[in-house]
Design a protein around this ligand. Sequence first.
Ligand code: PGA
Length: 243
Amino acid sequence: MRQPLVAGNWKMNGSLDSIKPLVEGIMAGLDSVTTAEMAVCPPYVYIPQVAAMLAGSSIALGAQDVNDRESGAHTGEIAPGMLTDVGCKYAIVGHSERRSVYGESDEFTARKFAAARQAGLVPILCVGELLEEREQGITEQVVSRQLDAIIDLEGAGALADWAIGTGKTATPQQAQDVHAFIRGMIAREDAAVAEKVQILYGGSVKGSNAAELFAMVDIDGGLIGGASLDANEFLSIGRAGNA
Ligand code: PGA
């Protein structure tokens, strides 16, 4: 049985003032989450503050993105080693907003994935189709292309320590179908890795729909955007993973 991971992606939200009660609220209710690992991914600038607040807690810390280089003349970018330096375990890689709004390619995403692993981070690789791609019926082609970019660069062995976020506002069955497709694709490379990899669903997960999503056999938790900005809502999603 794979442990569920419930990761909050705060996106470009928050302030010094708002983060404190949010993190304190999550920590105060954490005992009610018995099974899932909980993680938060604040904007880069707040990571040290959140790390200090989380010291000694079981909540893991992640970043929302990472660069593919170790250091150097890359104005505005953050290196993987900087993230481990400030206490991150996870880095989201290839979020749909990076891909579609900022035009980041499958190849760049694959290099970020490789660099994150190299530095000892666990990449939360996001794959998934845009709404218009789903309507065109090309979901599987899009997801295969995105995964193949990783497999081509890193090989199947690299897949052992990753988590994947996928999709946008799907029904539990639609999400399960894509997750099963992803696990099947990985299984063709390495069955043991496919059994182990956590495949998270991302897209409008809330306290009210998390249990039915997490009940699906190939859904191993979620990447939570908007609902992770409310401590009680985020905790209720975490509890939906209770065994
Ligand atoms: P959402 O975001 O839960 O607000 O839909 C999920 C994500 O894009 O990470």
